[in-house]
Design a protein around this ligand. Structure first.
Ligand SMILES: [Zn+2]
Length: 491
């Protein structure tokens, strides 16, 4: 870029390549289990995923279905037939010497995903999404890749199904990439094809170019991008990482250009622990991979799969419906649709009890306490339904809201007990009317000074008496009701 650029305003043009691990029981081209997190290295392997001579790939229908569902959610074109290619390169984690991927006939093309950043809506174009296999994993012993004493290879991951989602260069800020990744994860989770908790389930490469801001008008002109050198940033594994890595690159490139230096066309590695990007090897060109069609996998006719496979109501639509149907605020609707599990649970509770009560208990109390503990709903395992009983106890007025929130909910989260166990152990059942009445009378008899203060117009004295009654009933009376009873008794 010329030194003239030093005085111009610069804008970022960013595109993403997102690798997502699809949740299937078995690998994409063989019957080996994908559930290898706790397995000994190289125990989830077979001749096919080890690339032994003569072993033949068989395409996993579940992976194709997941990709078609994703294509529908992204409003993408799903072609009549899709094919697989060999991408040839040599690396120790790739035993076959090639990766099976899709090249000129990917399973999804020309889609879009809408994101919102603050009040702006952005339509992000999806160029393509294609299926491929993951390589194995390398473990460097005694150092990093360039300093290790030796390196171990584990092929348990080899053949894990991935979908690679490639966007148009439609992002104009690191914030937008973060919003996009969050939205994409939400959609994938609703489709039931993705597990955010799984290690390495989302990996992102980003490419970024800095261009003169005044030449950037809606769509980006291809020649403008040609002129600007493109940097690819690899090794990003989270929304936050994408935002941070790209914010770092925007600053680094802007500084270089403003000092009259050239931004190199190169691949850089995001070092999350140091919060910087560092230069890597220069990137291979597509031609270096010598793609050719995989003869062992015939073309797959997928035209009718799109009609056959259904997708659930997606997060945006559900958010909108929650606002209309239950009269929720935008914030509550957004919290309650953050995952499909939470949204389903809320609807379940709202149908049985009052929607307002359900919203308070799920959005504010349950999610609030989980957030405070840095936990997600998925951390509750199958225990989510137990919280329905807690809402029932409140709805039926069997315990006070305060006890439900401060004792039962916290006990459930911290000790893993059931609501009934906690209510019994802590004796939280609401005190009967007679007992409250007796406590009110006793508090009046035992505190003549406070009664005298109240009668001489000191309103504060009633609070003292309420406190006394609450103490006598072990906190299980309703303070508002006690207040009323005291006043009645003192009149
Ligand atoms: Zn295998």
């Amino acid at each position: 870029m010329s030194t003239q650029a030093a005085t111009e305003d610069l804008a970022a043009v960013i595109g993403l390549e997102v690798h997502v691990q699809l949740e299937t029981d078995t690998k994409i081209f063989c019957g080996c289990s994908t559930d290898a997190a706790d397995a000994e290295p190289n125990t989830h392997t077979c001749p096919t995923c080890l690339g032994l001579p003569g072993a033949l790939p068989v395409l996993n229908e579940g992976a194709v279905e997941a990709a078609v569902r994703l294509g529908k959610a992204l409003h993408a074109d799903i072609p009549e037939r899709t094919t697989f290619h060999r991408k040839n390169y040599f690396y120790p984690d790739l035993p076959k010497g090639f990766q099976l991927t899709q090249y000129d006939a990917p399973i999804c093309q020309d889609g879009e995903l809408e994101v919102r950043v603050e009040d702006r809506r952005r339509e992000i174009g999806i160029t393509r999404a294609h299926l491929e296999e993951d390589p194995g994993s390398l473990q460097h012993v005694g150092g990093q890749i360039d300093t290790a004493d030796y390196t171990k290879v584990d092929y348990n991951r080899a053949g894990t199904p991935l979908v690679e989602i490639v966007t148009e260069p439609d992002f104009r800020s690191p914030d937008e990439t973060r919003a996009f990744l969050a939205k994409l994860e939400e959609v994938l989770e609703y489709l039931g094809v993705y597990d955010a908790e799984r290690d390495g389930s989302l990996r992102v490469d980003a490419n970024i170019s800095m261009v003169p801001a005044d030449e950037l008008d809606g769509d980006v002109d291809a020649s403008l991008l040609e002129e600007a050198n493109r940097t690819e940033v690899k090794n990003i594994s989270s929304h936050k990482g994408a935002q941070q890595a790209l914010a770092y690159e925007v600053t680094r490139q802007r500084n270089a250009i403003q000092r009259g230096r050239e931004v190199e066309q190169e691949t850089r590695h995001w070092d999350e622990s140091r919060g910087i990007t560092v230069s890597m090897r220069s990137k291979e060109a597509e031609k270096d991979y010598r793609y050719f069609e995989e003869a062992d996998l015939p073309p797959l006719e997928v035209s009718d799969w799109k009609e056959r496979l259904e997708i659930p109501e997606l997060p945006d639509a559900r958010r909108e419906r929650f606002r209309e149907e239950y009269g929720l605020s935008a914030e509550a609707a957004s919290k309650l649709t953050s995952t499909k599990e939470v949204a389903d649970f809320f609807e379940d509770v709202a149908e049985q009890y009052d929607p307002d009560l359900a919203a308070t208990w799920v959005a504010d109390n349950l999610l609030g306490e989980l957030n405070y503990r840095d936990m997600a709903v998925t951390d509750l395992g199958g225990r989510l339904s137990k919280f329905e009983r807690l809402v029932e106890l409140v709805a039926e007025d069997e315990i006070t809201e305060k006890n439900a929130r401060e004792v039962v909910l916290r006990g459930m989260l911290d000790e893993g007990q059931t609501p009934d166990e906690i209510v019994e152990a802590e004796d939280l059942g609401k005190t009967s009317g007679d007992e409250v009445q007796a406590a009110v009378e006793a508090a009046i008899a035992e505190n003549p000074d406070a009664v005298a203060d109240y009668e001489s117009g000191d309103e504060g004295a009633i609070n003292f008496l309420v406190g006394q009654v609450m103490q006598k009933t072990g906190g299980s009376a309703d303070p508002g009701q006690v207040n009323g009873l005291l006043r009645e008794e003192l009149e």
